[in-house]
Design a protein. Structure first.
Length: 114
């Protein structure tokens, strides 16, 4: 499954729709999209996990790969639509304390305006 993205009209934010399985087979492409966004100066990033059922260690690594860079530039990486199994993994790894999570993409996008 190809990973889809959507940029805000002003180019200040990107929404990345994660695949159903964010594992070793998808994490390279996912990490590349995050890297490209940051290289383009987009530091407000929403990862849409509403369709994601499983995440492995490479997927987690990809998700956290650009947090420090985004935050250093005044942005952040935020999660939307986290499913129960993924939420459990985030809790076990304490990444639920690193990421801000929102029920919907719209809520996550709106949180950058606050």
């Amino acid at each position: 499954m190809a990973i889809s993205t959507q940029k805000a009209k002003d180019g200040s934010l990107i929404i990345i729709e994660a695949p159903e399985r964010l594992d070793a087979s998808a994490s390279g492409e996912f990490r590349g999209i995050l890297r490209s966004a940051v290289e383009q100066g987009i530091f407000d990033i929403v990862i849409d996990l509403s369709k994601t059922q499983t995440v492995d260690s490479t997927g987690l690594g990809a998700m956290v790969s650009r947090i420090a860079t985004a935050r250093a530039q005044g942005g952040d990486v935020r999660l939307a639509g986290v499913q129960a199994a993924v939420n459990k993994l985030l809790s076990i790894t304490h990444l639920d304390q690193v990421f801000k999570s929102f029920p919907t993409v719209s809520d996550a996008v709106a949180s950058f305006a606050e």
